[in-house]
Design a binder for this molecule. Structure first.
Ligand code: 9MR
Length: 379
């Protein structure tokens, strides 16, 4: 009799469990963590700002603490913030992130050591305003990397060492780094980073890497570094996409990267629901600034249901791909906490209202987040 009772109870429990898995309730995220759902596959990261780290933006901080396990500073570790004038460093924002991450047990991704944007005016010129030599710029690069990556060598898990050095066709982007130092500026950046932070992972990071010519350029850089005995651990694909993201091309990219024994990660994911005014310039070139036009801002009050469905499908398609390659993808990072925080509201056109992230302006998870968290159970 006792055994029968026990079996009935056990059967009942299993039935309830299987129903709740099917209905998705087992992963009701109000009481759990998105990062936990994907933890068998990859870290789930987010870009954060200083106010979130300091607790000034409380609702966003709550989302960060509950749902993400890897943090990238959206702006606070860029050169112009850290070393606004030569030799004088300001670590206020960076330290706030480091402290928050330590207290809340989050990984930290450093962003970024060498980039052509958000650099201070003094960096490429001498006191007379004349362009500096290769030797001077290399020495400025070295001291910055040693100061910054060295300071956090025990706290930062991985660094975006060089960011956006390529054009979409895979050639090297014209920049002051390239002009003054030459193409081995990339090699030196990785060399210095590996010396300053020997235990940190070192990444090359760029946008539009789903384009095969562009990933060829990135892989060529990685091969050269390896040939020279300079460490590079992985390639970060930014993923600033629009609706219907390039899933098939991205899959090819993932396959090519992992076949080179390089780690692959998605470093800056967001999906605009708005029409891109100059489609051939889709990507993340922050210098693009298109004049405001009403027709490009259709959801000023709220997003249409159609757009929400298309956004949902886009995220589902991408997360299915990420989960398929979970053994080779170490992290997927969203570029911002909630829609109101996103840079997409002001790029490539200022003054629009966009809906590119997982959490809305009222800090609620969008309905399709439930579909995302069901992916690990359904595959
Ligand atoms: O999201 C960042 C935004 O707040 C800054 O104004 C902008 C300035 O350059 O940089 C944005 O972050 C960029 C990142 O550092 C590198 N890849 C493209 C990102 C979006 O522009």
């Amino acid at each position: 009799m006792k055994n029968i009772k026990l079996s009935v109870i056990m059967f009942g429990c299993m039935f309830i469990l299987s129903c709740s898995i099917k209905s998705g309730k087992i992963n009701d995220i109000s009481n759990s963590s998105l990062a936990d759902v994907f933890s068998e596959g990859f870290d789930l990261g987010v870009a954060v700002n200083r106010n979130q780290m300091l607790g000034i933006e409380k609702p966003q901080q709550q989302i960060v603490s509950q749902h993400f396990n890897a943090l990238t500073p959206e702006n606070d570790m860029k050169w112009s913030t850290l070393q606004p004038s030569e030799g004088s460093f300001d670590f206020t924002g960076a330290d706030a992130l480091i402290n928050y991450a330590a207290e809340n047990n989050k990984k930290i991704i450093g962003h970024v050591l060498v980039w052509h944007q958000q650099v201070p005016e003094w960096l490429f010129v001498d006191e007379q305003g004349k362009q500096v030599t290769r030797e001077v710029l290399l020495s400025r690069m070295k001291s910055h990397i040693f100061e910054v990556a060295g300071r956090y060598k025990n706290q930062i898990y991985g660094w975006d060492v060089v960011n956006e050095a390529l054009n979409d066709d895979g050639s090297l982007r014209e920049s002051k780094w390239l002009e003054i130092i030459g193409e081995d500026f990339i090699d030196y950046a990785f060399l210095y980073a590996s010396q300053a932070a020997p235990n940190a992972k070192l990444y090359y990071n760029d946008y539009n890497l789903f384009k095969q010519e562009k990933i060829t350029g990135a892989l060529t850089i990685a091969e050269r570094l390896k040939r020279k005995g300079i460490r590079i651990d992985g390639i970060g694909a930014q993923a600033h996409y629009g609706l219907n993201p390039p899933v098939a091309e991205l899959e090819k990219t993932i396959q090519r990267v992992i076949s080179q024994q390089l780690d692959f990660m998605i470093t800056e994911l967001d999906i605009t629901v708005l029409k891109f005014p100059e489609p051939e310039k889709m990507g993340a070139d922050v210098s693009l600034n298109v004049e405001y036009a009403e027709e490009y801002n259709p959801y000023a009050e709220s997003m249409s249901n159609e757009a929400l469905q298309a956004l949902a499908q886009s995220y589902i398609d991408l997360f299915e791909l990420f989960w398929k390659y979970r053994d080779h993808i170490s992290r997927v990072t969203l570029w911002g906490v909630s829609d109101g925080d996103s840079w997409r509201n002001y790029w490539p056109m200022q003054g629009r209202v966009d809906y590119p992230l997982l959490f809305d302006r009222a800090y609620q998870a969008k309905p399709f987040v439930q579909d995302l968290i069901n992916i690990p159970q359904s595959q």
